[in-house]
Design a binder for this molecule. Structure first.
Ligand code: PRP
Ligand code: URA
Length: 214
């Protein structure tokens, strides 16, 4: 569903996504289940996010005759999780797009300034023609997302989408202002940020809940 006031945002509010996200938000959900649900939601989101992938005709021989069919065309998709929490979305997407490439962007938020600190960057070569999906469950102030897109653009990427689970209005606005051509896909648009940059109602610290580091 496109969102009034946020033209770059699509909220993928399928009933299964809403159901699974509700369990993830619950503070009593165990790490094991949180991890599984994050992967499942990422997989469900992939179905919509890849809807505009280009295809090309291909002739296939069935056991009975040949048929004009279609296959996905162009260079392989690149998944780019933002470390750490974005890692939890990779496997679910690879189940649907098994030949996708995977890059990594290491960023963490400085707890005092809330500004992203960069510590790792590695993506596949041949950026110009590829589509990149940046993965991060949380879009809070938007600082990490904007930095991730900046870094991809700096190496020549131009087709970029941003996938998250929970978006704050502040983060959607920040990413749209910095990179208005980057579509944002979220499972939910939450109310606001609190004064230490956490999303309300949110789901807490996604990295800590995913890896059990709290
Ligand atoms: C979280 C989250 C995002 C970022 C979002 O990561 O996974 O990357 O915060 O916040 P922002 O929109 O305000 O930039 P965190 O910095 O906690 O790093 P971690 O996953 O390595 O713990
Ligand atoms: N990062 C998280 O993991 N959770 C938030 O609510 C905000 C940023």
């Amino acid at each position: 569903m496109a969102h009034l006031g946020f033209p770059t945002l699509t909220v993928l509010d399928h009933p299964l996504i809403r159901h699974k996200l509700a369990i993830m938000r619950d503070q009593s959900t165990a790490t094991k289940n949180f991890r599984q649900l994050l992967g499942e939601i990422a997989m469900l989101m992939t179905y919509e996010v890849t809807r505009d992938l280009p295809t090309e005709p291909v002739e296939v021989a069935t056991p009975l005759e040949t048929v004009q069919s279609e296959r996905v065309a162009g260079k392989k998709l690149v998944l780019v999780p933002i470390l750490r929490a974005g890692l939890g979305m990779v496997d679910g997407i690879l189940q649907l797009v098994p030949s996708a490439r995977v890059g990594h962007i290491g960023l963490f938020r400085d707890h005092d300034t809330l500004k992203p600190v960069s510590y790792y960057f590695k993506v596949p070569q041949g950026e110009a023609g590829r589509e990149f999906l940046i993965l991060d469950p949380m879009l809070a102030t938007g600082g990490s997302a904007v930095a991730a897109v900046d870094k991809l653009k700096a190496v020549g990427a131009s087709r970029i989408k941003f996938l998250c689970l929970v978006a704050a209005p502040e983060g959607v606005a920040a990413l749209a202002q910095a990179h208005p051509e980057v579509p944002i896909f979220a499972a939910a648009l939450d109310r606001e940020l609190n004064d230490v940059g956490y999303i309300l109602p949110g789901l807490g610290d996604a990295g800590d809940r995913l890896f059990g580091t709290r």
